[in-house]
Design a binder for this molecule. Structure first.
Ligand SMILES: CC(C)C(=O)/C=C/C(C(=O)O)=C(/O)C(=O)O
Ligand code: FE2
Length: 302
């Protein structure tokens, strides 16, 4: 079983590259690191990049995780292949596009594209955005799952993630001390459901809430507080229906808590989602009867 070192990047296919970059820099608060006619690289912390918008919706979504070494990456590739999972080894051009030395990719049972990388480019410069949203790091993704139990087993048994909590069938999974770096939300289609950035404090969340509303950005959920991780949060929509989340104060497990934690089962009801009473405008977070399928063009093509 593998040890994912950290979440590293998310790749988002879009027909609206310029609009995505404009939103990410002027509204979200990311720094544009590099851009060509095909892709744009942005970041919300000191790493090389955390988000890559790739021209063409058909590129779908992919989430990249870092492994500690190339030999560990090779070992995982062999383990996955022995388990009957089709693993693609990244060609030189694909590694270059991801700014890494080595990579493999495969899909989870729902069809979400997962990439594991080794030796990603380090950056020698500080994160310096054009809008100060208080972002401190890229932290987690919410992914859609068409079969929650099977995907959860894949992530825990094949990739070494641990369940921190469940809300209904949705699992919040950790790979280090942070309460979750991956969340699996039941949905009729796969794909990245939301992209989270940690911000320094609740003041950042509240001032962004005023700023986003003034800018006409559609708020998706919050301001609120999650019962699960204890984080204060704000979700909002960007281009292509992608949802972004700012949050602060996520629970961090001590090594002892990480070892001893028993996942808690929260019922699928509004108070589990938000302790303050905010109501989500997000298909996957609504009551089952109100759950609509998200736009199918965001489904990952695998
Ligand atoms: C609204 C969803 C179901 C929820 O409660 C998510 C919880 C958390 C958290 O505990 O911090 C998230 O960040 C999330 O994955 O969105
Ligand atoms: Fe989240």
């Amino acid at each position: 079983m593998t040890d994912l070192h950290d979440i590293r990047y998310v790749r988002v296919g879009t027909e609206r590259l310029d609009e995505s970059v404009e939103f990410a820099t002027r509204i979200l608060g990311l720094e544009l690191v590099a851009r060509d006619s095909h892709a744009a690289y942005l970041r919300g912390d000191d790493r090389d990049h955390n988000v890559c918008y790739v021209k063409g919706e058909g590129s779908g979504h992919a989430v990249g995780f870092e492994m500690k070494s190339s030999s560990l990456l090779d070992r995982v590739a062999t383990e996955l292949q022995n388990a009957g999972i089709a693993v693609h080894h990244g060609r030189a051009e694909e590694c270059e596009q991801r700014r890494v030395r080595d990579m493999i990719r495969f899909t989870d049972p729902s069809g979400n594209r997962i990439e594991l990388v080794a030796r990603p480019d380090a950056s020698g410069t500080r994160y310096f955005p054009s809008r100060d949203a208080g972002i401190t790091s890229f932290s987690h993704v919410g992914m859609r799952t068409t079969d929650a139990a099977t995907d959860e087993a894949f992530w825990t048994q094949r990739l070494g993630a641990r369940v921190s909590d469940w809300i209904g069938d949705a699992a919040l999974l950790r790979i280090d001390g942070v309460h979750h770096k991956i969340a699996l939300f039941p949905s009729p289609v796969p794909g990245v459901q939301h992209i989270n950035f940690q911000v320094a404090e609740v003041d950042d969340i509240m001032s962004s809430w005023y700023f986003l509303r003034e800018q006409g950005v559609r708020i998706a959920f919050g301001p609120g507080r999650h019962a699960t991780s204890g984080a204060r949060f704000l979700y909002f929509y960007g281009p292509d229906g992608m949802i972004y989340e700012y949050s602060c104060g996520v629970r961090i497990f001590t090594p002892e808590e990480d070892r001893d934690h028993v996942p808690r089962q929260f019922p699928r009801e509004p108070r589990s989602y938000c302790m303050w009473g905010s109501k989500p405008d997000i298909a996957e977070f609504k009551a089952p009867s109100a759950c609509e399928a998200p736009q199918p063009q965001f489904a990952n093509v695998g």
